[in-house]
Design a protein around this ligand. Sequence first.
Ligand code: SF4
Length: 459
Amino acid sequence: MTQTLLPTPTVRTARPPSRVGRRFFVRTFGCQMNEHDSERIAGLFASDGMVPASGYDDADVVFINTCTIRENADNRLYGHLGQLKKLKDSRPGMLLVVGGCAAQKDRELVRERAPWVDVVMGTHNLDRVLDLLDHAEAWGPVVEVVDELQAMPSSLPARRQLPHSAWVTIQIGCNNTCTFCIVPSVRGKEVSRRPADILSEVRSLAADGVVEVTLLGQNVDTYGRDLAIDGKRRPIFADLLRQVGSVPGIERVRFTSPHPNDFREDVARAMAETEAVCEQLHFPLQSGSDRILARMHRGYTAEKFLRRLEMARAIVPDLTVSTDIIVGFPGESEEDFQETLRVVEEARFDQAFMFIFSPRPGTAAARWVDEFVPEEVAKERFARLVELQQRIGMELNQAMVGRVVEVLSEGPSKKDPTVGTTRTRGGKVVHVDGLCEPGVFAQVEIVGAHPHHLVGRVV
Ligand code: SF4
């Protein structure tokens, strides 16, 4: 029988020897927040004596970190769990954990639809994963989903994908009410982490050889609004950027995501005046139509978005800008879509993450069924947008050919182990022959351009 637990103190007093040496595999769906949480899950597993598996087939413990944002996320999750059932049937000792946003949303429903899952846990109690595994091994399947954050994920041990680069959570949750988004209901209201706590983590990461940190929050520009420290002025994101950027050993600071409605000049100035802060901005447009932006509850117009972007580019030279765009939001007309094309043309994003609208149960937009854009229409618009963005991305990348830029290597490329995957300060991917050791800085000349990456040569 499944047990649903209430949160209990998180201190573990004894470690069951049975899991030492057992192999774990963490599969992540969704956004950077989930990537970050997965690193923490892997860190907790490693702290328990487990070792990484190469995939599902040799794993004793599998953790699926789920997402609810993308198209058909639910169907894909349960399809995926169906495939894992076969594996579990053939390996009875295997433990299957489902966490992340879909688990936070579906709770007991996960086990109703996939009774072979051993642990279902939410986004607020990552720190409990080992206790829940203990419980599942001793007493059987367990569901524990809580509504209040139990521990900032960054306070947990991490097993980083790249040894030189780390995510640092600065804020959890979101106070906005974008009508397409499930995040506020699965991640809760904004909670900022205290700056001293963040800085202490960044210092210890630097001492551990980390040179690049990415500050993570759902809306980093509102960081600190919920913090009052000793009656003094509340910390703001611009202060935090300057402080993190001055930690010795940290050479690159990135952040995601700012919100165009809350992005102010002080943040742009902190970017420009703090050498370690990279010239990279993720600036989610979502739509170029004022009518659709209002229906999305985004809080800005296309004009305001463009003026804020102009301000950022004027203050931060050589800024690389990426965005998110939803095509076919309920009620989107051809005129609305033309507005999106116009804004994309004017904004000239280096990169865009483009999606066809898919309704997320529990969101306002999911209820506007009568106004859903027919699939063929949405697909056709999507293809036009992709074509436009490919052209712009290619033009911007071609303009970089001949320039010499600093890159930081991330290791061999997946397609060709003799070629290194590296990144510019702006976050553009550059493939460089032979630059395969992770964490190495180099000056490279850009010798080739593609829509989504560049080719460079060490100078
Ligand atoms: S700002 Fe909007 S899209 Fe972003 S997390 Fe908050 S509600 Fe979701």
